[in-house]
Design a protein around this ligand. Sequence first.
Ligand SMILES: [Zn+2]
Length: 78
Amino acid sequence: MNCKGVLNELSEYLDGNLEPALIEELRRHLECCDDCRVVVDTTRKTIEIYCNTEPMPLPQGIRERLERTLAKKLKRPS
Ligand SMILES: [Zn+2]
């Protein structure tokens, strides 16, 4: 799995709806990718805070921000 894959599966992963095989792939990627680890941690914390007030899995503004951040990152040569 690459960074784009992590972003695609992120909401399912954090909702606990992801297949075990994909969870495994995602976690393997997180072990070697600091950027995605930060994104996942931040998103999880944001959702935890957000879910205490409103029942929404992934606020739209957050998703847009994550997509912008990762789009920028993916354009950069590694
Ligand atoms: Zn990554």
